[in-house]
Design a protein around this ligand. Sequence first.
Ligand SMILES: [Zn+2]
Length: 252
Amino acid sequence: MGARFTLRGLVIGAKPHRDQDAIISILTPNLGVISAMVPGAKKHSSRLASMATPPILADLVLTDSKGFYYLKEGETVESFRGLYDSFDALTCASHILEVVRDVCVDPESSSILYPLSLYVLYDLSSHPQKYRQIVAAFEWRVMDALGFAFDLNECDCGKVNSMPTRAFSFSRCRLYCSNPACVAAAKDYRYISLGCVEALRYIRTAPLERLSAFHIEKYVLDDLCAVTHQYLCERLEKNYDRMSILDTLPPV
Ligand SMILES: [Zn+2]
């Protein structure tokens, strides 16, 4: 066996391997995403089984054997237990993990995505009823982190009218006012309320621990969730549809 080392990481994925093993993906603060084999993870008696149940934040002892990592020990730091009391929150966590697995490809992005993912999952676990705005805030911040920042400045036509809406242009990545010429320039857009514009501005600069600490009306939240999700899917060219099941369920 090769070198033995310890790291703190967020397990963001697990795939079965052979009959009893699993390969986990670990998001690290500054090494990107590492894959590691968890021998016997599928055995009921395995003390490492919980390490193959994402999301989990843990201190992990790994060994390096011919460039492949094996998990030897794991100690839970945070298990996000609150997620398991809410189908909504658990579904949203699974969406967040899917996005993080897709976009976190290098050490540079992991230094931003690691703290963002931790805070968002913890928030979701602590406040599962706020799942819609937590996910929207995550989606919006991820876009900034990946260099897809949207221009939230006021329409630059110089004659913004008093209508309390703006056109959120998905292709132009900026806001337009509701003057006919501006709306025409927006091409593919969705009208959003000024409250939604304020929420988008808040999320952009909020400290991570205050990311979802805003209060908005339901119709504003509807706008917010719609635009952050569509913007994410268009920029990443993938239809992230795990959360669509939540729209089919009756309200609790
Ligand atoms: Zn305008």
